[in-house]
Ligand binder design. Structure first.
Ligand code: ATP
Length: 247
């Protein structure tokens, strides 16, 4: 079903061919974690929601794959944390940016969507089209949530001093390693779960949110995700009787 959505997204001019390949990479890593939200992802989501709720100017960045897979949840999440939604594309064309914004408005009831006509500012260190952002959105944001993002852009956002939250199924990607908070989970599970968490965590006092955020360690969480994959594969091999000698 997800694959169909991505293919349909391409027919609608929202997803690019590179997005299909990225989706395939994601599917592979999703197999490895058993296509479920694991403890390490949930811990990262809690820290991410705390960061978004504490932020002064949070932005949820939406690209083609994210729009077709979890666009409406991205809109809901931005609403819950009092943030903005911005279309931000690696392979940018004005037409595609417009189509994504239209999807978010028509199908998800989004109010203002940034990053279309107003993508006039630049992220330093990125080639022209790839660095275009809204001066009212990502440029001035203190916390940015990205999904299926490219490593160069994640690193560039970090250099600008932003706190970056990434949803990325590959714990080894440059994005996963450069982000402040990495949610190793499928965007289709993570985004709605974060909306729920935001609704619950909004009631917490500020100090509790700060505590959650300060107690979070992304290196440990990434290590746990790799350890989980390794353990799971070992157990699967053992179940199949394939493991003939201990590692
Ligand atoms: P990097 O540049 O960060 O090293 P990359 O070259 O793989 O990684 P992209 O192709 O821009 O960069 O990133 C796409 C990332 O999104 C991949 O790591 C892929 O595993 C991940 N991904 C693909 N589909 C999903 C999904 N549905 N949910 C979460 N992550 C996904």
């Amino acid at each position: 079903m997800l694959r169909e959505k991505i293919v349909e997204g391409m027919r609608r001019g929202i997803v690019v061919p590179e997005g299909l390949i990225a989706h395939g990479r994601g599917e592979c890593f999703d197999y490895l974690i058993g296509e479920e939200t694991r403890g390490f992802a949930l811990e990262a989501m809690r820290a991410a929601v705390a960061a978004l709720l504490l932020a002064e100017r949070p932005v949820v960045s939406v690209n083609g794959n994210t729009a077709v897979l979890a666009g409406c949840d991205a809109v809901r999440l931005a609403e819950e944390v009092g943030g903005r939604v911005e279309v931000n594309l690696f392979y940018r064309t004005e037409e595609r940016a417009r189509r994504i914004a239209e999807l978010l408005r028509r199908e998800c009831g989004a109010g203002e969507v940034l990053g279309v006509e107003d993508a006039t500012a630049r992220v330093p260190g990125l080639e022209h089209q790839r660095g275009r952002v809204s001066p009212r959105g990502i440029l001035v944001a203190d916390v940015v949530l990205v999904a299926l993002e490219d490593g160069d852009r994640t690193e560039a956002l970090r250099r600008m001093g932003k706190r970056v939250i990434a949803i990325d199924l590959n714990p080894l990607s440059r994005t996963a390693r450069a982000a402040d908070i990495t949610i190793v989970d499928n965007v289709v599970r993570a985004m709605p779960r974060m909306v729920e968490l935001a609704r619950e965590m909004k009631r917490l006092p500020r100090e509790s949110l700060v505590e959650i955020l300060e107690g979070y360690d992304n290196r440990r969480v990434l290590a746990e995700s790799l350890e989980y994959i390794a353990r799971r594969l070992t157990e699967l091999a053992r179940d199949e009787g394939l493991l003939v000698r201990p590692l």
